[in-house]
Design a protein around this ligand. Structure first.
Ligand code: 5GP
Ligand code: MN
Length: 339
């Protein structure tokens, strides 16, 4: 996004517009933090703005400022589509290919609204008039902060916006420890605290609201952990039965894969979660150093993401998905053992 783009967006946003703000399907902390952070800004400018999520999101995000106004396309399809069809502007945040919105793909692709993408994933599709895409960024929330800076709007960052953006930076950086965390990230976080983000409260709201069942599910995941030392790889499986037995709720498995990656000498970690309703195995891949799970997921699991964190899926059984995963490891042996 160049200076000319910014000037055009400033003119665009100078008069009230109808604006839809869209995160990806199964929105995470960065997707909800960035969309709600931007919403809280656009509402100050008197735009008719609304966040419309493809589907529901975890309870640990359901306290964010203005979260009660979020529309859910999966359950409020008619109202969501009416809003999108009448929108002048659509912001797409924290994803870079329209299929990542699931059933919203068609309505977004057909919409004549002016699209603005803000995203940090690799290999963006070309669907937006204005593209703010930067894979070096820790999070889309960090990018929204830079976006507001470019719009000369940092004076509009209040405690609500600061809280939303803090959440996404915190969750996407694994609480400020991943490689994408820079000194600039920390400077922005410091500014957000100055603007009113309560760091202790935010951390408690997101991470310290475990249910007893979630901890039991973590215990189950850890006892299913398998290690393949010759490939510096560790993986976890969770079957639908195990999820059912422990009363699985959306978001409960968030972060489980990091336990596999935390093993000494592990370079690649995976979690395979059976979803019988969708008929898929949801896969999360994580890595250390230069080993690209984005590349692995694109090549074998219909997904993508970042170098060190990617998602994907498989349409076969849990067992055969794991077999496939193990069978492709030898072709990555050199790369894994070089890390
Ligand atoms: P997670 O494993 O937490 O679902 O996702 C890890 C990262 O990969 C996130 O940045 C997420 O947005 C991205 N990601 C997850 N699933 C997919 C997918 O199916 N396709 C692509 N391109 N990215 C994904
Ligand atoms: Mn993100």
């Amino acid at each position: 996004m160049n200076t000319q783009d910014i000037e055009e967006i400033k003119v665009l946003l100078a008069t009230p517009k109808k604006i839809a703000i869209i995160p990806h399907r199964n929105p995470d902390g960065d997707a909800m933090g960035s969309t709600l952070g931007l919403l809280n800004y656009l509402l100050q400018l008197n735009h008719d703005a609304k966040v419309i999520a493809p589907n529901d999101f975890p309870d640990f995000l359901k306290w964010l400022p203005k979260v009660e106004t979020v529309g859910i396309h999966e359950t409020e399809t008619e109202a969501s589509e009416a809003f999108i069809n009448n929108a002048d502007v659509i912001f797409t945040l924290d994803f870079n290919a329209l299929h990542r919105t699931g059933n919203m793909e068609t309505i977004l692709a057909q919409s004549k609204a002016l699209k603005i993408m803000i995203d940090h994933h690799q290999q963006p599709d070309d669907f937006a008039k204005y593209m703010f895409s930067d894979v070096s960024m820790s999070s889309t929330c960090e990018m929204v902060y830079h976006f507001l800076d470019k719009l000369d709007a940092l004076d509009k960052v209040n405690a609500e916006i600061a809280t939303c953006l803090y959440v996404g930076i915190m969750t996407d950086t694994g609480s400020f420890r991943f490689r994408s965390t820079t000194s600039t990230t920390h400077r922005i976080i410091a500014n957000l605290i100055d603007k009113g983000a309560d760091n202790t409260l935010i951390h408690n709201n997101v991470y310290d609201t475990n249910s007893y069942n979630r901890l039991q599910l973590l215990g189950c995941a850890l006892s299913n952990l398998k290690v393949l030392p010759e490939h510096k790889t560790a993986y976890i499986t969770l079957s639908q039965q195990e999820l059912r037995d422990l009363d699985y709720k959306k978001g409960d498995t968030e972060g489980f894969v990091n336990y596999a990656l935390s093993l000494d000498k592990t370079v690649l970690a995976a979690i395979f979660i059976e979803d019988k309703k969708q008929g898929i195995i949801k896969i999360s891949l994580r890595s250390k150093g230069g080993f690209s799970v984005n590349e692995m997921s694109r090549a074998h699991f219909e997904g993508g993401g970042h170098t060190n964190a990617a998602g994907g899926k498989s349409d076969t059984s849990l067992e055969s998905t794991v077999e496939k995963f193990i069978s492709i490891l030898p072709s990555y042996s050199k790369a894994l053992n070089n890390e």
